[in-house]
Design a protein. Structure first.
Length: 174
């Protein structure tokens, strides 16, 4: 769930890649249903687990479409703009005021999204360029080794909510 720059409340539906839900519903600030966009699938504007959302400084919506191993981008009218695959299998996304994008991937591996390492991808929300990468913690478990939630404070410290350690990890700038 996220509040859009225009005050609308957006809610992603479905947490299972099995479907059939794959949409994002819009509500007014007083809770009135305004409509939905998207559907279950793998095409542009379709979702297989719209797991998290964030807005950039231009009011574009970024959706962590985890089941499709991509970030989808929509304009202020929620029309599809682009999709990026260079940020792994995203389970959370945060975009700061300078359009630096932080994308968590705790699930890539041999079974899901082969060839992409789990970790925290840091990039530019304006052009999709990858700027930094923090690898996942070493573990013998197959998933959940970098976190499910990410946020960044005004000083640039990165906070990651970690399921596998039942806690939080803070990354600081050097």
């Amino acid at each position: 769930m996220i509040v859009a720059p225009n005050g609308e409340i957006l809610v992603s539906e479905g947490h299972s890649a099995a479907g059939p839900h794959g949409r994002i519903s819009r509500f007014s600030s007083d809770g009135a249903f305004l409509g939905s966009f998207g559907e279950f699938g793998s095409g542009p504007g379709q979702f297989r687990i719209a797991h998290a959302m964030a807005f950039d400084s231009q009011g574009r919506l970024f959706v962590a479409d985890r089941g499709n191993n991509r970030v989808q981008i929509f304009d202020a009218n929620y029309d599809f703009v682009d999709e990026w695959h260079q940020f792994g299998r995203p389970n959370d996304i945060f975009i700061d005021g300078g359009d630096v994008m932080y994308v968590l991937d705790s699930e890539s591996g041999d079974e899901r999204n082969p060839g992409m390492p789990r970790g925290l991808y840091i990039g530019n929300a304006r052009d999709g360029s990858l700027q930094a990468y923090i690898p996942a913690h070493e573990t013998t478990g197959p998933y959940g080794t970098i976190g499910e939630g990410v946020t960044v404070d005004a000083e640039g410290n990165i906070f990651v909510g970690e399921v596998s350690i039942n806690g939080m990890t803070m990354f600081t700038r050097r």
